[in-house]
Design a protein around this ligand. Sequence first.
Ligand code: FAD
Length: 417
Amino acid sequence: MQVVVLGNGITGVTAAIGLRALRPDWRITIVSGESTYHYSRPALMYVFMGHMRYQETKPYPDRFWSEQGLELVRAWVDRIDPEAKVLECRDGSKIPYDRLLIATGAKSNKFGWPGQDLMGVQGLYNLMDLRLLAANAERARRAVLVGGGLIGVELAEMLKTRGIDVTFLVRESSYWNNILPPEESAMVTELLREEGLDLRLETELDEILDDGSGRCRGVRTKGGEEIPCEIVGLTAGVSPNLSALRGSGIPCGRGVLVDWGLKTQVEDVWAAGDCAEIQTEGEGRNLIQQVWYTGKAQGEVAARALAGEEVRYTPRTWFNSAKFFDLEYQVYGFVPPKKGEENHHFWIDADGKKSLRIVEKEGQVLGIQVMGMRLRHLVCERWLKEERSLEYVLSHLYEADFDPEFFSRSLIGEVTA
Ligand SMILES: Cc1cc2nc3c(=O)[nH]c(=O)nc-3n(C[C@H](O)[C@H](O)[C@H](O)COP(=O)(O)OP(=O)(O)OC[C@H]3O[C@@H](n4cnc5c(N)ncnc54)[C@H](O)[C@@H]3O)c2cc1C
């Protein structure tokens, strides 16, 4: 049996390693155009800032893959031919498969802005973007970032370390307020200004301006203002990377359409991770999950599916974490940006730098969100799974306090005092 995994991100490698454990004798090949070896994508920013070397972003030593009998092929796949069961590569080579997992991840959104393909305009997703950014930063004094998500803040922090002034165009009236409730959104908005970013709220990009040689010289906003810059960072979210699927006949919506078993509508082809769109069939909106741990979780399920088991992907309690410069952020479960029928209990410390929000309905805690500190993942997940009450969570909050010795003052103590 020849299994091919297209993509060596967290999803693809988790599937390949899991499948190897289940099927020691099968031939397993991992194909990726970006790099020969798997590396940690969230660590990209630390490489740019000099906190880590690229070598250190690889969770496995290079010899691991041959030791596991996992064949690595570095190639861009231009087309999948499910009839012939073959991947057609840009270099003219062909890779046959009996079973295929598509784990091609995502790509930075571009919304057809005039000038979006000029030199100096880029997203931040992969190693090619990182190299491009290093080159673009050499000649830049000012950058404009378009779109206020997590990657935008990362890019801003990276550029600041090179002494580049950053203007941030955010469509919303407060930073990331389509995800964060007003109080947390205000905390981040204030922090970004304290960090010296020129944050322009309710401001949209109209056009990226050409300097006459095909390189950007600035942007024009919808309000008609021109802002000069040498770099434009496109950080208005990501969407599934479907470039290899064009003309393949494998049905796609926003992502590669799969059922709860991660199977596509084409025989012997599965998809998982950032590129997959799970059809929920009457159970709500289709599901596209684009964070690290969901890629890993889907990769584990995909391994068993490729091995021939009947499987069903069951999403774990929602979790996300990030850092806005030095401000930690974590969310567990259901924490909507706008209050609905549920009750929100919110604490913030006197300096406005640490906060805790607990969302509860009819006595049951539905979600927990912290800023400026970290909670223990497994503890929070357990509380939500056990459908604990607000009183229970508050009286056991100390169990979730994460390495309090690293914080000058733990808010947990304050809340439970
Ligand atoms: C800058 C950045 C920071 C992030 N930080 C966090 C974080 O802190 N926490 C978190 O939870 N998530 C974070 N994420 C999201 C997380 O990295 C992704 O959810 C995760 O990497 C998805 O894994 P994946 O394996 O599905 O896809 P990917 O990691 O995108 O891997 C897909 C692979 O497939 C390859 N590929 C695609 N098309 C082809 C083709 N046609 N031919 C050959 N190869 C192809 C790509 O080159 C790539 O190597 C971050 C993402 C970015 C971009």
